[in-house]
Design a protein around this ligand. Structure first.
Ligand code: ZN
Length: 288
């Protein structure tokens, strides 16, 4: 990995790094996203959608016919096989079929996209079949492979695709910190919130995950308040406390503050200043 790539990975979100690679003069025909299935899977879907998006910029736009079909899983130029869900999804015959399909013209998108999730489960025979097309890729084709470990792929396959480690993109399993922070927003003692959030200052990647969790908790609180029920986050305790204590307007302003903090984080804001400002914004949004 070049230092530049390393910098991209450390300083921006994985999506920003990927966009940069694809905005270049020579976008790759194949990428390997390495990391936990949750993070790599959603990134792969977004990249596939961006690849068939018909908007001039800001891809994926989310609203063009290409994006809508991609989101619905019905785009004729995207083929997705999920080896994480089913390790037997890549028999060599299937890979040979992909190979011949790849030489067909795209139906309606600028390119054909093959999303192969969990290729750590692909046999050596199948990987060798795949290698043949990675060595001489047709124009207008993109292969997006995801794996929990690139070390489990054949070195020849690895060398034919741009490796992209995905870190801190999947939501952490542990919601404790996000829940504690969410509850501290309405704590009596003002210092409680900054005290609980201080752990984030040293951990930029961790902060990304916790901000995402907080945003889900606040959304759940809005839903619980309006009687919609259905918790999407694992932070039900905090969501119901906030839903009981705050108004919808409070919660919406907390969501806005969280979105602003996420943007600032992607723009490399100083984490100490960011955490302080975010805590103040949350307390104020909650009318505290
Ligand atoms: Zn679009």
């Amino acid at each position: 990995m070049t230092p530049e790539q390393n910098g991209v990975r450390e300083n921006r979100s994985a999506w920003a790094g990927l966009s940069q690679i694809f905005a270049g003069d020579r976008p790759p025909h194949a990428v390997i996203l390495e990391g936990e299935p949750g993070g790599t899977g959603s990134l792969a879907a977004r990249l596939a959608q961006a690849s068939v998006c018909l908007a001039a910029e800001g891809k994926p736009c989310g609203s063009c016919p290409g994006c809508i079909k991609a989101k619905a899983g019905s785009h004729p130029d995207i083929l997705t096989l999920d080896g994480n869900a089913n390790p037997r999804v890549f028999p060599v015959d299937t890979v040979r079929k992909i190979r011949s399909d790849a030489y067909e013209k795209p139906n309606e998108a600028p390119r054909r996209v093959f999303v192969l999730l969990g290729v750590q489960n692909m046999s050596e025979i199948s990987q060798n079949a795949l290698l043949k097309i990675l060595e001489e890729p047709p124009e207008n084709v993109l292969f997006i492979l995801t794996t929990t470990s690139a070390a489990q792929l054949l070195p020849t396959v690895r060398s034919r695709a741009q490796l992209f480690p995905v870190e801190g993109e999947s939501l952490p399993e542990d919601w404790t910190l996000a829940e504690t922070i969410a509850k501290a927003v309405v704590a009596t003692r003002e210092a409680e919130l900054i005290f609980q959030a201080a752990d984030l200052i040293q951990n930029r990647d961790g902060m990304r995950g916790v901000l995402e969790q907080l945003s889900l908790i606040f959304r759940d609180a809005v839903a619980l308040r309006s009687g919609a029920g259905g918790c999407r986050s694992a932070g039900r305790g905090a969501a119901s406390l906030l839903g009981d204590t705050l108004t919808r307007q409070n919660l919406m302003r907390m969501l806005e503050a969280t979105e602003k903090a996420r943007q600032a984080l992607e723009q490399n804001a100083n984490t100490a200043l960011l955490v302080t400002a975010y805590c103040a914004a949350l307390r104020s949004a909650a009318g505290r």
